[in-house]
Design a protein around this ligand. Structure first.
Ligand code: ATP
Ligand code: MG
Length: 299
């Protein structure tokens, strides 16, 4: 039998109630509400994309909240979230599935993408530019109006569940020319662009993620903004919210702010000793060496 002779299989209705569906949902649904501070209207846009069957690309620098946003939306829309971290050796089989030996039998096991297509949910391909082109091509039929997944090995053609959504993310600054997304892929998605937040939003992110008070969180956010100004002047990437949150957690646990910013920001951002010194100069604008979180200065 050839692929095109295979009947398209629809999974609607009944699956929702089945034991299998309940199992999938409990494995991949988020148990707790993720903390997400919204920067703009990205939640509304994502919701409309889901309702309109539009695949979404999230672009933005590392640590600016892309993964947290998908988790938040999966929780809000009550959908399972199936995440795949893409890399050069990722094959189509890793996404779609493979035959495995179980007991004395060879049985088919759905891959992460097939699970989401069959049972509904968000399939999140993280760092998609790392994947090889032959891997990205299998998503083409899923991300246009057909919404079909061709599985050569089982000779199935699956029509995506109505709750299936494809989301990819990438960091536009990092990939080399060879790894740019092909137009035939990128023009199947709408794009939500993420960036480092402004000081007000960053303060809320830091305080909600670390438990630091508003004043301390504001200082970290303002310091982050100043460090980001060094980008292009010897610093290839600005400090991420992730690193500022790390610094905040260290401070909250009793490490002095200057020490926390040295290990969680300055030394993580660069190996260049002069650049580290420039970042530490910025840190000193906000905190005296050895000063503790309560503001007590060293003797
Ligand atoms: N909007 C936000 N609300 C709450 N926390 C945030 C937000 N943005 C960033 N963070 C904090 O920064 C951390 C990093 O965010 P996240 O993992 O989502 O980044 P990312 O954009 O997916 O990075 P990468 O490209 O490296 O995967 C989170 O764990 C969280 O602590
Ligand atoms: Mg991420």
């Amino acid at each position: 039998m050839k692929l095109h002779e295979v009947v398209v299989v629809d999974f609607f209705g009944d699956y929702k109630e089945s034991e299998l569906m309940k199992d999938i949902c409990s494995r991949f649904k988020l148990k707790r509400k993720p903390n997400y501070i919204s920067a703009s209207n990205e939640e509304e846009l994502f919701r409309h994309a889901f309702e309109g069957n539009i695949p979404v690309i999230l672009k933005g620098p590392t640590g600016c909240g892309k993964t947290r946003f998908v988790e938040h939306m999966a929780y809000t829309l009550d959908l399972p979230l199936i995440t795949v971290s893409c890399h050069e050796d990722l094959t189509a089989g890793d996404l779609v599935g493979r035959y495995i030996f179980k007991g004395n039998e060879t049985v088919w096991e759905d891959g992460p993408m097939t699970l989401a297509v069959r049972h509904g949910g968000i399939c999140y391909l993280d760092e998609i530019v790392e994947a090889r082109n032959d891997t990205t091509v299998i998503i083409h039929s899923l991300t246009d109006d057909r919404r079909l997944l061709y599985i050569d090995k089982t000779r199935e053609v699956l029509r995506a569940h109505r709750d299936f959504m494809m989301v990819m993310s990438y960091n536009p600054g990092y990939q080399n020319v060879m790894k740019e997304l092909k137009h035939s892929t990128r023009q199947r998605f709408m794009s939500l662009v993420f960036d480092h937040p402004g000081v007000g939003i960053e303060q809320r992110i830091i305080s909600s993620e670390t438990g630091l008070d508003d004043e301390m969180s504001l200082k970290l956010a303002r310091m982050g903004e100043k460090i980001r100004n060094l980008k292009g002047f010897g610093l290839t990437e600005g400090v991420s919210s992730r690193l500022l949150v790390y610094a905040g957690r260290l401070i909250k646990s009793g490490i002095s702010p200057s020490e926390a910013c040295r290990v969680a920001a300055a030394q993580s951002l660069t190996d260049d000793v002069h650049m580290v010194e420039s970042i530490l100069d910025i840190v000193r604008l906000f905190w005296v060496d050895g000063e503790c979180a309560s503001g007590v200065k060293p003797e």
